[in-house]
Design a protein around this ligand. Sequence first.
Ligand SMILES: Nc1ncnc2c1ncn2[C@@H]1O[C@H](COP(=O)(O)OP(=O)(O)OP(=O)(O)O)[C@@H](O)[C@H]1O
Ligand SMILES: [Mg+2]
Length: 251
Amino acid sequence: MAPPPAVAAHGLSLGYGAGPALEGVHFEAAAGTTLCVLGPNGGGKTTLFRALIGDLRPLAGDVHVAGRPAYLAQTERTRLDFPVSALDVALMGSLASGRWWLPPRRAERHAALAALERVGLAAQADTLFGELSGGQRRRALLARALTQDAAVLLLDEPFAGVDPASAELMTAVFDELRSEGRTLLVSTHDVESARSFDLVLCLNGLQVAFGAPGESLGREVLETTYGSDLVILEEAPERPVRAITVQHHEH
Ligand SMILES: Nc1ncnc2c1ncn2[C@@H]1O[C@H](COP(=O)(O)OP(=O)(O)OP(=O)(O)O)[C@@H](O)[C@H]1O
Ligand SMILES: [Mg+2]
């Protein structure tokens, strides 16, 4: 018998009251695979992640996640004047495993410091969260997800608003996580970066495509996924089409 998938959705339909916001989602990702979730603004990427963490009950179908996933939310509603250090933020990851009412044990501090080290923030361990740059804050939150030591990580647009150096560092961490056999779901607007994943899932209110990037990321799928937000950069026979998307950020 094949091992059960680490993450799966079957006949999934999700919404917020007035009919489905996302429907027809059906995919499976085996343990140790990386899956890129592509889609325009409002396509349903965050909605899918919310269902996978159990925050949103399906209108139809079901979701499956092996264990308790670590989740990096797209928008942090963290108060920036709240006096916590980068180390405190990383330590919050260990709250997921219980004993939250006791002071952190040495092993937990060690894990949090190691996570900060991995994301290149060892020197900023005692810096207040609000005093970090945007890219550093994102990395501190990634450290929190790492501290959870989860088999499945759900990262919602981890690169949005992040400087190139932070993005490069985060990509290296994702490669490590993959080689450790963890399952990664990463949503992004960057079509080109999707090609380095094992699988891609294209959403636009419904599932447009799912599969290996080489099979799924053709011009037709991208046009159906992004509509007029798609800009084709280059198209040559026998080569994957190169494209970028226009994205709109809420600020
Ligand atoms: N809390 C909510 N209440 C009602 N509708 C919502 C809510 N959150 C999202 N939606 C709707 O669900 C649909 C999918 O939104 P979602 O946030 O999942 O898109 P997304 O792909 O994450 O977009 P973005 O790239 O902008 O982050 C949209 O039509 C959106 O308006
Ligand atoms: Mg989103």
